[in-house]
Design a binder for this molecule. Structure first.
Ligand code: NAD
Length: 446
């Protein structure tokens, strides 16, 4: 549910009052429903390179309404700016200014997407400066857009084409309502691997997926989203949450496994359950997590240890079991839930931020182990998401956390779930070791 303030100021009298008083006016975001159009309104593709032409041809083959030149005052669903051949910062001016006036024509919940090359590893200082320039440019555009529109970038190393499977899968993700709360972010497509699904509304058909911490909150939303996308589910949570877990499992026609993931044998128990009940194991989503907030000056052993143990040590142990298993070898996928606290830090959360930064370190170092078996591991870092965890935050702190992002609202559990479903899909097979923030472009910290 969108928060009450956002509902109040999105229509009628509330909208007028908020406008007059200069109060934040968060938009109702466009979110994905199966079967709906990928985007409403034409897509303007700007850029003079061969990649821009190839991309336009592919989008046309998907029956999308594609424009190579702006028509003044025509409402646009999306603007895609292809910047894959920048040699110096001067090269930015022409393409960037060519889309400038079209920004005014971007529809509510419209999309601005760049395709460019990562700066690291690029040849000369001039090339690196141009490529890094796209970073600052895109993040600033995201802060200028209004009415639920977002700006995100896809990074393609040399040798990975704009029409490679994961570049196209990432483009579809950013265009669609699946990425409603992803804003101001870059996603690197590291290889030309991956395979687009035969049915874009069922990208996880035939997969068996495990979700930890699935009894409520973000975990329950992940279970519902993966089920909607075609996966068969194994839902894990602690025995004390057994009733809620059973209810979610019934809803998504999956099986429930009551298990504390901090147990030494948790990984083997998960594998055994998936194989015995469903015959295979393709996707593991490490979502279970806890907070035990205290300023470091007041931190005790139990608070520090329990958070580190559940949030990162358990994931490391489960991954060891998965990597040792003969049942996790067919293009396996791991997606871990991190947090923007692990990127920017957060007062009172030294233990939590250490654990979540640890998740990102683990993901980066595990990527090569997964790619050796045709698999991937990635992390999703949520910002402020409306759940029972954040409902416990005192009102004033909660209101600040919720509004201080470019979309001026908290995200929904389903927003995190959509990013995870995307990274778990075959289409994302060329994305490995990445961290995708789902935070509405948090203005605090990173
Ligand atoms: P939540 O507290 O509502 O749900 C967490 C679930 O994990 C619960 O069902 C709980 O029983 C389960 N769990 C806890 N310890 C477990 C264990 N040892 N074994 C098995 N299950 C266990 O939390 P949420 O808000 O849904 O958060 C889900 C994930 O998202 C967590 O990793 C959290 O750190 C992360 N996150 C949340 C937010 C947010 O704003 N809510 C922001 C950033 C990251």
């Amino acid at each position: 549910m969108t928060d009450k303030y956002t509902q109040l100021v999105s229509q009628g009298l509330g909208r007028n009052i908020a406008r007059k008083l200069g109060l934040p006016q968060p938009a109702l975001l466009r979110r994905y429903t199966p079967g709906e159009a990928l985007i409403s309104g034409p897509i303007l593709i700007q850029g003079s390179t061969a990649a821009a032409d190839q991309l336009a041809a592919t989008l046309l083959s998907w029956d999308l309404d594609v424009r190579r030149h702006a028509v003044p005052r025509e409402k646009l669903g999306a603007i895609i700016l292809v910047l894959d051949e920048l040699a110096s910062p001067e090269d930015l001016e022409k393409p960037v200014l060519s889309v400038a006036s079209s920004l005014r024509d971007l529809a509510p919940s419209g999309r601005f997407i760049t395709l460019s090359r990562p700066a690291d590893g690029s040849g000369t200082p001039s090339v690196a400066a141009a490529r890094q320039g796209v970073d600052g440019f895109l993040r600033s555009v995201a802060k200028e857009l209004r009415a639920g529109a977002t700006a995100n970038g896809i990074l393609l190393p040399e040798g990975v084409a704009a029409t490679s499977p994961s570049a196209l899968a990432a483009l579809r993700f950013f265009l669609s309502g699946r990425s409603a709360f992803v804003d101001g972010q870059f996603l690197t497509v590291s290889t030309a691997d991956g395979q687009l699904p035969s049915d874009f509304d069922k990208p996880l058909a035939g997969k068996v997926a495990v979700v930890t911490g699935a009894a409520r909150g973000i975990g329950a939303a992940i279970a519902r989203t993966l089920h909607r996308d075609g996966a068969t589910l194994v839902l894990v949570d602690i025995p004390a949450a057994g009733d809620h877990l059973a209810a979610v499992a019934n809803e998504v026609h999956g099986t429930a496994l009551q298990l504390d993931i901090a147990r030494e044998d948790a990984g083997q128990r998960i594998i055994d359950h998936a194989i015995q009940r469903h015959g295979r194991l393709d996707v593991v989503v490490h979502n279970a997590g806890i907070t035990r907030d205290k300023l470091l000056a007041n931190m005790d052993h139990s608070r520090w240890n329990s958070v580190l143990n559940v949030n990162i040590s358990a994931q490391l142990r489960i991954n060891d079991a998965l990597l040792a298993s003969e049942h996790f070898r067919d293009s396996p996928r791991i997606v871990s839930v991190a947090s923007t606290s692990g990127i920017a830090g957060n007062r009172g959360q030294t233990n939590y931020a250490a654990s979540k930064a640890g998740v990102m370190g683990m993901v980066s170092a595990t990527a090569s182990l997964l790619s050796a078996r045709g698999g991937t591991i990635n992390a999703v870092a949520p910002g402020f998401i409306e759940t029972e965890m954040t409902a416990r935050i005192p009102f004033a702190v909660r209101e600040v956390g919720r509004r201080l992002n470019s979309l001026q609202q908290g995200g929904q559990p389903t927003d995190v779930a959509e990013a995870i479903a995307f990274l778990a899909s075959d289409g994302a097979g060329g994305i490995n070791g990445a961290v995708l923030r789902v935070c509405g472009q948090n203005l605090v910290g990173a």
